[in-house]
Design a protein around this ligand. Structure first.
Ligand code: FAD
Length: 479
């Protein structure tokens, strides 16, 4: 009897899962496995919010697998030792998984693949996470792209938008009759010990079913208007699929297929949305080809950028939404409460930290890493380096987001700020994004006592902008 071990990682779904399909096509029985080995991801082991997600996603996957007849076996790492033990215990001849692209994981997987093959096992890996493999797209001189538009154009020419998803989840799975012993999800201790996760639980439904629902909701309600709605943090104008995509509860081919079907009624929205999936691909392309970038700027000149004295950076105020700049505070509180932040506000908050406050971008990236449910090494690195001006296809360094003007433009009616900074809710729209300039009578009428209820800005926007540009002059002349 042939037995195939399927190593689940961040592909926590049964539909459109190439490793699972391969295992089933091989015939015989299957053994689904998850191995908890955060130390193998080094500094980029899942942060607190992602661990919360992982706990619930594993529970969801475990339930679906058990219902179909092949319960999930959970073990602790090291991954190689756990896999070898499970191969021995089950008598598996074959091990399959879907690929991941974080540098530390690539290294580990290569070693494991070689070791298992040496032991005579058949080992295969598949692509479940991307439309195109990062090595499949290159420019005319065979080099990786560093600019998004030509990258996406080349990816589309190679068929990125024509990828079809694999089959839907099988109704039954041929599990082993005496499956090896398993740990429980609870025993992995992924949930926080202090209960800051109530907002997460109220906001999200981790797991494949939650992902499918989020996609259906988005396709029905927001896709058509996506090119306008995507920049309004006060509306649900985007898909909120990012944590589902990160954990592989849904794959980009499935998302693409649903959106392509909607093209007739929602053309502008669909094209714009597909190009955001393109940014996701681009992020993975960059991480694969420039594996040093999670900690080092792609543009090496920025290694010498003069930064502020760390003792003078109000990092705590930034983290906890107490900067006195309403849209920044709204974003940081949304992040803390829900584990997610709107893309525009991610850019605004990151720009304040890296430019006006001249803190290292990595500090902000680490905070996001711990607090985002969608924390993703490729997308987070790209987002921070893009905003800080030191990455591929980055915003030019002199483009410094002004949080007041951004707030007035993208949250003109103030829905977003009023929701997350309720102490300012009674301020009229025209003062909402700059409360420190509001006349005393207006503040009084709105029940706002600056310093007591809400802080004054931690930084002078105009002055800090000038200082950031002066710091940039230091490196501009360098090759
Ligand atoms: P939608 O607008 O519905 O987009 C659909 C999907 O496309 C997203 O789910 C995501 O997978 C992908 N996508 C969209 N925009 C981007 C982008 N700029 N880069 C890469 N992929 C994109 N995204 C993450 O998934 N994880 C992160 O850790 C992360 N960190 C970021 C940090 C900063 C400083 C910035 C500026 C952006 C970051 N992003 C990150 C990108 C983006 O903000 C989120 O992907 C997006 O807000 C998720 O919401 P959504 O699913 O509703 O997006």
């Amino acid at each position: 009897m042939s037995i195939t071990l399927i190593w689940f990682r961040r592909d926590l779904r049964l539909e459109d899962n190439p490793a699972l399909i391969h295992a089933l096509e091989a015939g015989g029985r299957i053994l689904p496995v998850y191995i908890h080995a955060p130390e193998e991801e080094g500094e980029w082991a899942p942060g607190a919010a992602a661990r919360w997600w992982l706990h619930h996603s594993l529970q969801a996957l475990g339930g679906e697998l058990a219902r179909r007849g092949a319960p999930l076996v959970i073990r602790r790492g090291p991954s190689r030792t756990a896999l070898e033990a499970l191969v021995r215990e089950s008598g598996a001849q074959r091990v399959v998984w879907n690929r991941l692209y974080d540098p530390a994981v690539i290294r580990r997987d290569r070693e494991i693949k070689a070791a298992l093959r040496e032991q005579g096992l058949e080992v295969k890996s598949f692509n479940a996470a991307l439309l195109m493999e990062p090595w499949a797209v290159s420019n005319r001189s065979g080099q990786p792209y560093r600019v998004f538009t030509p990258f996406w154009k080349a990816s589309r020419a190679l068929g990125a938008e024509r990828q079809s998803p694999g089959p839907s989840a099988p109704a039954h799975l041929p599990g082993l009759s005496g499956a090896p012993a398993t740990e429980s999800v609870e025993a992995l201790d992924l949930l926080p010990h202090i209960p800051w996760d109530t907002g997460l639980a109220a906001t999200w439904q981790p797991g494949e079913a939650g992902a499918r629902q989020a996609l259906a909701r988005f396709a029905e309600k927001a896709l058509e208007d996506y090119d306008r709605g995507r920049d309004r943090p006060g509306r649900t104008g985007t898909s909120r699929l990012s944590p589902h995509l990160h954990f592989g509860e849904i794959g980009p081919r499935q998302v693409m297929a649903v959106c392509t079907r909607a093209r007739e009624r929602a053309a502008g929205g669909v094209d714009r949305f597909l190009s955001e999936l393109g940014w996701r691909e681009f992020a993975h392309h960059l991480l694969f080809h420039f594996p040093q970038t999670p900690t080092r700027p792609l543009d090496r000149r920025f290694e010498d950028l003069p930064l502020a004295d760390p003792r003078e950076v109000p990092f705590e105020a930034w983290c906890h939404g107490r900067t006195g700049l309403p849209i920044v505070d709204a974003g940081m509180r949304e992040l803390w409460h829900t584990g997610w932040m709107h893309n525009r506000v991610r850019m605004i908050t990151a720009s304040l930290l890296t430019k006006n406050l001249r803190a290292p971008w990595l500090e902000g990236a680490r905070w996001f890493w711990d607090t985002l449910v969608d924390a993703d090494l490729a997308a987070n690195t790209l987002g921070w380096q893009w905003t800080a001006g030191c990455g591929a296809d980055a915003a030019p360094y002199f483009r410094i987001f002004n949080p007041v003007l951004q707030g007035e433009r993208f949250d003109a009616a103030g829905d977003y700020v009023r929701r997350w900074v309720p102490e300012l809710a009674q301020l009229p729209d025209r003062h909402l994004h700059r409360p420190w300039e509001a006349p005393a009578a207006v503040l009084r009428a709105a029940g706002v006592d600056l310093d007591r209820d809400y802080p004054r800005p931690v930084v002078d926007l105009a002055e800090s902008r000038r200082a950031a540009l002066a710091a940039f002059e230091h490196i501009k002349a360098r090759p």
